[in-house]
Design a protein around this ligand. Structure first.
Ligand SMILES: [Ca+2]
Ligand SMILES: [Ca+2]
Ligand SMILES: [Ca+2]
Ligand SMILES: [Ca+2]
Length: 600
């Protein structure tokens, strides 16, 4: 986007879709194809040579055999649900959400002129050790706000503001929770237009500014992205701060990698990640399961000419190095806004969803883990989500925060994508509702936002899928530009008064000795009925905000799951049986999970 809210070049996206690479002429004479890109039904199948999300191949069409299976599942679900509400929702349907915004007593919006057209993140994390995720909301020119979660288990979403000059900073674009000093109290990396800060958690949702104590240079940039990882045996995490434009707005700022000193108790001077291409999302991820976390960076092509999406090779003791075409990395130009990483194909390597304007991307390794060569599978998976699916606006969408989670607890990962015009870009939809794409057994996704009841037309930015009332159903918080935050309570197949889960679930918290007590970089495998979903514990991605705490997994009709942890240093624990519908902690070295019960 540019200063007057006009898009300077939207004709290139058409090439982007089919070539999946920014190479070739930058501004080819291609007519816009926004109106003839309806995805044909026939394209909805997944590569037969890749394992689908389920190991049971299934035709899209209901054959007689499949019908029997479906009926059996329905019968099993009906039997499992026993005396619950007689609502007929299938286990694979979108769950229903009810709007608890007014009940929550949160009143907060992300405001400001041009420099706050982007950003607007939310950090979801537990700041008072009651197991309930609390919320820290960026405010732009208004103060950021911390809200303590007072929701009863299974009840309405309820919060109270915890005001403090330490947290209620202005010029905040977003925030990410992580326990920097591994003392068991969650800290916050707060991103700003101006000086970034690290707030050290003191317990009971109190914080102190630890930026100087850590020897961190907060800088004076326009920071809009963040990620963190622990390298080797370092006591402190390595941090990456992503820069958008330079403050004089002449170009793109360099992002910065910050590593701990050899003594381990403070930080070295930042290392510039040059060149920078106006970054809006970053993620340290072990994309090839090598044990090393490289840094993926998504950039806004609106502000660069010869830039691209980036992957930085980040090896302990070595300067960061950008992967090039010689390494197999294909240049690609998109209006990169957000990253979401999740293994969808079942091979143990994460797929990477990249939000943009128009077509969104879903990348998968083309030739395996040896080289970072990705091909796009968004069209096949049904997640291009390039235009509003309702509301009558036919212009392309603007997507921001993507997040993979299983919102209907059927064991298949779903995908939320926040949407909303940058400001008033006339070539993009102004009525641009967020997506809730429901994962299907054949590996595709189907829009479920209308069925879920979350359609809205405020300009969404940051978001989080997180179980705010500890009932095992993931709720949804969405930050809006110049409109109040929305809090959506997931009530499954029920209603506001009678929530009814549509599938079983577990929620897991990892613990290991310091440093890195929350095991950032671990992989959690959850196996149900011989189907395994692997998930990486990360800090970063999304749009300007992230979460920490419970790792949620839907189990479908299964009453237990097998869970295995690969810890960040590569050591793999045993398979542990975890009974359904509970919160558990898995400690490093333990051979069983420890149940956790919420207090009132
Ligand atoms: Ca809490
Ligand atoms: Ca801490
Ligand atoms: Ca699901
Ligand atoms: Ca919930």
């Amino acid at each position: 986007m540019d200063e007057d809210g006009l898009d300077i070049d939207d004709s290139m996206e058409a090439v982007e879709v089919y070539v999946n690479s920014g190479r070739g002429p930058r501004c080819p004479a291609v007519t816009r194809r926004w109106f003839n890109r309806f995805m044909p039904d026939e394209s909805a199948s997944i590569d037969p040579d890749r394992p689908a999300q389920t190991r049971t191949p299934r035709s899209r069409w209901l054959t007689a055999g499949a019908l029997v299976v479906v009926l059996a599942v329905v019968a099993a679900v009906a039997a499992w649900r026993g005396g619950r509400s007689s609502s007929a929702a299938d286990i694979g349907d979108a769950p229903r959400f009810v709007d608890d915004t007014s009940a929550s007593s949160i009143e907060h919006s992300y405001d400001g002129a041009y420099e706050h057209f982007v950003g607007g993140g939310v950090a979801a994390f537990d700041c008072d050790a009651d197991g309930r995720p609390d919320l820290y909301l960026a405010g732009g020119t208004e103060p950021a706000a911390l809200y303590r979660n007072r929701s009863e288990v299974g009840g309405e979403l309820s919060f109270e503001q915890v005001a403090s000059p330490v947290t209620d900073l202005t010029a905040v674009t977003g925030a990410y929770p992580l326990d920097v000093d591994s003392d068991g109290l969650m800290d916050l990396a707060v991103l700003r237009r101006g000086s970034n800060v690290v707030l050290r958690g003191l317990g009971d949702c109190r914080f102190e500014d630890a930026t100087g104590q850590l020897g961190l240079d907060g800088g004076d940039d326009w920071t809009t992205a963040f990620s963190a990882t622990w390298e080797g045996t370092n006591l402190l995490p390595t941090l990456a701060f992503g820069s958008y434009r330079t403050l004089d707005e002449d170009g793109c700022g360099d992002s910065r990698l910050v590593r701990p000193t050899s003594a381990g108790d403070a930080y070295e001077a930042p290392i510039a990640l040059t060149p920078g291409y106006c970054t809006l999302s970053m993620l340290f991820s072990d994309w090839n399961r090598s044990g090393r976390r490289d840094l993926r960076v998504s950039n806004d092509r609106n502000y660069y000419i010869d830039g691209r999406e980036q992957l930085w090779h980040v090896a302990e003791g070595e300067p960061p190095r950008e992967y090039t075409e010689a390494d197999g990395w294909r240049p690609m130009q998109i209006w990169g806004m957000g990253i979401a990483s999740q293994d969808l194909t079942g091979d143990g390597y994460p797929e990477v969803f990249l939000s943009s304007q128009g077509d969104n991307k879903l990348q998968t390794l083309e030739t395996g883990p040896d080289v970072p060569t990705y091909k796009d599978m968004a069209l096949k998976a049904g997640v291009t989500a390039q235009r509003p699916y309702t509301g009558g606006d036919v212009l392309p969408s603007t997507a921001w925060h993507p997040e993979f989670e299983d919102v209907n607890n059927d064991g298949l990962v779903d995908l939320f994508i926040s949407k909303g015009n940058v400001e008033a870009q006339p070539d993009y939809a102004t009525r641009d509702p967020s997506n809730l794409l429901i994962g299907q057994p054949d590996g595709t996704f189907v829009e479920g936002a209308e069925a879920a009841g979350i359609v809205g037309y405020d300009r969404a930015r940051g978001a989080s899928l997180v179980d705010l009332n500890l009932d095992g159903m993931l709720d949804l918080v969405v930050v809006h530009r110049e409109a109040n935050v929305s809090l959506w309570r997931n009530v499954g197949s029920g209603d506001a008064q009678n929530p009814a889960p549509v599938g079983h679930w577990i929620a897991i918290r990892l613990e290991q000795p310091a440093p890195n007590v929350d095991a950032v970089g671990a992989w959690v495998e959850v196996e149900v009925n011989e189907r395994t979903v692997a998930r990486e514990v990360t800090v970063g991605a999304g749009h300007a905000g992230g979460k920490s705490g419970w790792l949620h997994a839907g189990l479908g009709e299964a009453d237990q799951a097998e869970v295995r942890i690969q810890w960040p240093d590569g050591e793999t624990g045993p398979w542990i049986t975890v009974g359904a519908d509970q919160f558990v902690t898995i400690d490093r070295g333990a051979t069983e999970a420890t149940p956790w019960l919420p207090g009132e």
